[in-house]
Design a protein. Structure first.
Length: 168
């Protein structure tokens, strides 16, 4: 919005100011120097101002900015989930990291040219991401999966390995 100039720039700068304030308090919540209850209280005027700015922007003359403001306002409740639910971050960084390898693959390979190829890539990226999240070796898993296929056996599970409790 800021890059569009004019009223969009003013709106974008107002939203940026509110985001900076929110992140200042969020970092304090994360490092333990601000209680979550205080954070919730501090966020009330921030939420009010962000929504006021978005409402104003949704009626503006710049179509892209107005459309973006309307889209954000449609998700108004979800926008503030992190304020009320512990464990929810105000950013999508975790999600972005999870799909980054797929995005990079698409950029350097120009994608797939068939439905079957797309399905293969989709499956492989899902397998690789799942194994990395579980700190499992991707090559070991794929080797066992290929051997199982050659021996007409079921593929190994992608479910996390469970430790069996000691009996006693």
């Amino acid at each position: 919005m800021i890059g569009r100039g004019g009223v969009s720039k003013e709106l974008g700068e107002g939203l940026k100011c509110q985001a900076q304030q929110m992140f200042h308090w969020w970092h304090r919540v994360r490092d333990g120097s601000l209680a979550r209850s205080s954070f919730r209280s501090y966020m009330t005027p921030v939420r009010r101002e962000v929504e006021r700015l978005l409402e104003a922007g949704s009626c503006g003359e710049e179509n892209k900015t107005a459309g973006m403001c309307r889209d954000i306002l449609k998700r108004r409740q979800a926008l503030w989930t992190f304020v009320h639910l512990e464990g929810v971050e105000p950013t999508n960084n975790h999600g972005e990291r999870a799909i980054r390898s797929g995005v990079l693959w698409r950029q350097i390979s120009f994608g797939s040219h068939s439905a079957r190829g797309s399905r293969f890539v989709e499956t492989m990226l899902s397998v690789v991401t799942t194994l990395k999240q579980q700190h499992r070796n991707v090559l070991d898993y794929l080797t066992v999966a290929c051997q199982a296929t050659l021996c007409d056996e079921p593929a190994p599970s992608l479910l996390p390995h469970r430790q069996t409790p000691p009996s006693g």
